[in-house]
Design a protein around this ligand. Structure first.
Ligand code: XMP
Length: 516
């Protein structure tokens, strides 16, 4: 196991994923994790992440200096390296020139940490501070044109530091460096595999559940579907899957999902059509946050009454993933209060969005997995590509893609337009290259058009197509004009109520992916 101490870097999770790609288990812990807790966790290696601060900032995050005496190998990345240098008596200062972007790594010692990393390899840099002098016992392993100490080591104590980010894809040879650290320096064994995870999870679920009953709210996404497969494997018909149709799904999707589960996977699903209740909840509501809250709230109501009807259940299974449970070091400091704050952009709702005071004990077998690991587990359990590689779909569904009040008529228009987008994107072969491709309806705007000899006055549809790694940032997709043309022509010709198609060319940030 490798522990990653998070100093607020946007890349901390990425480091954990890179470690796990070497089939070694890793977890992200907050930088202020106590030495006792760290000892309990008993990692074979520790990585200190980067972070937005300078080690000389007032209140800059520090780790317990006892870390240097544990006898466990440590690798400091960027801020993590500067912290190591400062705490052990070296000197860090604002550099004349910071280094941002690609830099060629010039290797002085090609052994140890840098085995198999090529001389001149491109590494991704992002730092304003630099190491001026090394603490006693340290030596330079590599430098760049602007940074004399790009990689450093105290070989006897097994303390290492790199100024660049080996975890990002632009760092060629970064993964070799990580493997050296994990396998050779920390002497970890590659035992964290999909099969070992499934075996262990099945065993744990059986032990926890015994002969009692488990309820699962299925959404049809990869997380809840993988969870259904895993639990079905572990406890068979002690599992009840409940699918709540809030009436905001894409055309044909509820039917398709139920059919797949019943006929192909032979996992029973309780289908609950609650669309009337949800439509009633959002009637007259135009504020996006209010809309989201009401849908989330109604979901809980339906869930409660239906689980009573189908129950009693002892456990509730949730598809919580690791990014939701990482206690990240939030290093956003509110200038007014000096306190660390998290900024809320939207209240997300999904089938896991249930309040903690339900009568059930939670089981969350996927809680230590990243999304790509869930996909692997799903595939290993026999989940088809259609679900494993499905584009994300938000919990509130089409309701947040109708900008303004949601009505049955508007849902029908959007569903028809959305179906055309899906069909044409599929046909063009770009479905898997896109993070998401969907339609948004602007039902409060009408524009003039002409069809045949007739004047039209109808709604516009917005096409939103983005590429993204994780949904946190995104870029508008440069799809072929031919595809845009086909989609536009078909929507205007086939979808009653729409006479114009426009393209959203905003990246995230500053835009978000969804419009509400
Ligand atoms: P935004 O619009 O915030 O969306 O850029 C980022 C990603 O999250 C999805 N999304 C949601 N997913 N419940 C979900 O499960 C929600 O309430 C929700 N809102 C947005 C969105 O589709 C995109 O992939």
């Amino acid at each position: 196991t490798i522990a990653i101490l998070d100093f607020g870097s946007q890349y901390s999770e990425l480091i954990a994923r890179r470690i796990r790609e070497t089939q070694v288990y890793s977890e992200v812990l907050p930088y202020h994790t106590s030495i006792e807790k760290l000892k309990e966790f008993a990692p074979k290696g520790i990585i200190l992440s980067g972070g937005p601060n300078s080690v000389y900032d007032q209140g800059a995050p520090m780790c317990d200096p006892e870390i240097w005496n544990l006898g466990i190998p440590v690798l400091g990345v960027c801020y993590g390296m500067q912290l190591m240098v400062k705490q052990l008596g070296g000197e860090v200062a604002r550099a004349d020139r910071g280094e941002y972007g690609k830099a060629a790594l010039l290797i002085d010692d090609p052994t140890d940490l840098l085995t198999n990393v090529e001389h001149g390899a491109t590494m991704w840099m992002s730092h304003g501070d630099s190491v001026l002098s090394l603490p006693e016992g340290f030596e330079v392993l590599a430098h760049t044109a602007n940074t004399p100490s790009a990689a450093i080591a105290h070989p006897n104590k097994q303390l290492y530091g790199v100024q660049f980010h080996p975890e990002v894809v632009h760092s060629i040879g970064g993964q070799a460096l990580i493997r050296n650290f994990v396998y050779h320096i920390c002497e970890c064994e590659p035992t964290w595999t999909t099969d070992s995870f499934i075996e262990e999870a099945v065993r744990e679920v059986r032990a926890q559940v015994g002969d009692r009953r488990v309820l699962l709210a299925l959404s049809g996404g990869v997380d809840s579907s993988t969870l259904a497969f895993l639990l079905h494997k572990a406890i068979g018909d002690q599992l009840t899957c409940m699918f709540i149709d809030q009436g905001f799904m894409r055309k044909g999707e509820p039917e398709r999902l139920v059919k797949l589960f019943l006929e192909q996977f032979h996992i029973p699903v309780e289908y609950i059509n609650a669309s009337d209740r949800f439509i009633a909840q959002v009637k007259g509501i135009t504020d996006p946050e209010e809309k989201r809250k009401r849908i989330g709230y109604e979901f809980i109501n339906v869930f409660e009454s239906e689980s009573k009807r189908l129950g009693p259940f002892d456990f509730l299974a949730q598809g919580t993933l690791y990014p939701d449970v990482i206690e990240s070091a939030d290093t956003n400091i509110d200038p007014a209060t000096g306190k660390r704050v998290a900024v809320k952009i939207k209240s997300h709702h999904n089938v896991g969005g249930l309040p903690p005071n339900l009568r059930f004990t939670l089981i969350e077998p996927l809680r230590m997995l990243f999304k790509d690991e869930v996909r692997k587990v799903g595939t290993a359990l026999g989940l088809p590509e259609e679900i494993v590689k499905r584009q994300p779909f938000p919990g509130p569904g089409l309701a947040i893609r109708i900008i303004g009040e949601v009505t049955p008529d508007r849902l029908e228009i959007l569903r028809n337009a959305d179906l055309i987008v899906r069909q044409e994107v599929n046909r063009s072969g770009s479905y898997h290259d896109l993070w998401q491709a969907f339609a948004v309806l602007l039902p409060t705007i009408r524009s003039v058009g002409v069809m045949g000899d007739q004047r039209t006055y109808a709604y516009p549809i917005v096409l939103r197509m983005v590429t993204s790694e994780d949904g946190m940032t995104a870029d508008w997709a440069r799809v072929p004009y031919d595809l845009l043309e086909t989609i536009s022509t078909r929507i205007v010709n086939e979808v009653k109520g729409v006479n114009r198609v426009v393209l959203d060319i905003t990246s995230k940030p500053p835009g978000t992916i969804e419009w509400e």
